[in-house]
Design a protein around this ligand. Structure first.
Ligand code: FES
Length: 254
């Protein structure tokens, strides 16, 4: 189960403009699985809700988060240095179902700040892995790590590396196919992948972490409509941070 803990920063590094990588020494690593996230508390008591950040790598007693600075909270985190204490809660969320990939041809797809959680997933999945990552430009954070853990295809918005365009353009340009896909990224990308998967009979598991705010079920910013209907025909809404962030694409409305 989840725990709150005062952990310790091991290292902090800027990987690309506004994108930071932080290793944290924590016992929470023992229970974490790919696709889960942690929530990090700021030191300023006025902003009580923590910030959810996806887990990028899981070590023996450490976790790596790779995150975008998108406000005061994440700006504060990016200033933490080795040795600093850091209050975290986790691991949170359900994670990707590794068993869905067993014996199958899989796509691991990340777009923008949805790229980092695909790294630990790539490390833990055995078998044939096609990694398709979409970046803004040639500052392709984590590229080397992906190349070490599968066959990497890259799309860049500005065309400075790989396929010009998005991850679907890279799939088409390289003539790729799969039975199962795992994806994390901006909602328009996930919406397009959901349509693509249903067209091609691919089982699609998507992480909706982009829509989270507090990560702990308190703000309700993350509610999405699901296809679950109860016996009274009420649609059951889901809280992404509690019921997800990973869902079977056909079960959620995007
Ligand atoms: Fe706040 Fe889910 S992110 S309730």
């Amino acid at each position: 189960g989840k725990k709150k803990e005062t952990a310790r920063v091991i290292s902090q590094e800027c990987l690309a403009p506004g994108i930071y990588s932080m290793w944290i020494e924590t016992g929470l690593a023992r229970e974490a699985v790919p696709g889960q996230f942690i929530s990090i508390y700021t030191k300023d008591g006025a902003r009580l809700l923590p910030r959810p950040i996806s887990i990028c790598e899981i070590g023996d007693s450490c976790l790596r988060v790779v995150y975008r600075v998108a406000g005061k909270g994440t700006d504060e985190f990016s200033g933490y240095q080795a040795g600093d204490p850091i209050d975290i809660l986790g691991p949170l969320g359900n994670g990707f179902p590794l068993e869905a990939a067993r014996g199958k041809k899989v796509f691991l797809i990340g777009g923008g700040i949805g790229v980092p959680p695909m790294l630990e997933l790539a490390k833990q999945l055995s078998g044939e892995k096609q990694l398709i990552m979409g970046y803004r430009d040639s500052r392709m954070f984590l590229k080397k790590e992906f190349e070490e853990n599968g066959t990497l295809y890259v799309a860049t918005e500005d065309g400075s590396y790989g396929t010009k365009g998005n991850v679907l353009d890279a799939i088409r340009e390289n003539g790729l196919s799969a039975d199962v896909l795992f994806a994390c990224g901006p909602t328009p990308m996930l919406r397009a992948l959901k349509a693509y998967a249903s067209e091609h009979g691919i089982e699609a598991w998507i992480s909706l972490e982009e829509k989270m705010a507090c990560g702990v079920g308190a703000c309700l910013a993350c509610v999405c409509k699901s296809r679950d209907v109860d016996s009274h025909s009420h649609v059951h809404n889901k809280r992404i941070c509690k019921d997800g962030p990973v869902f079977l694409a056909e079960e959620v409305e995007l």
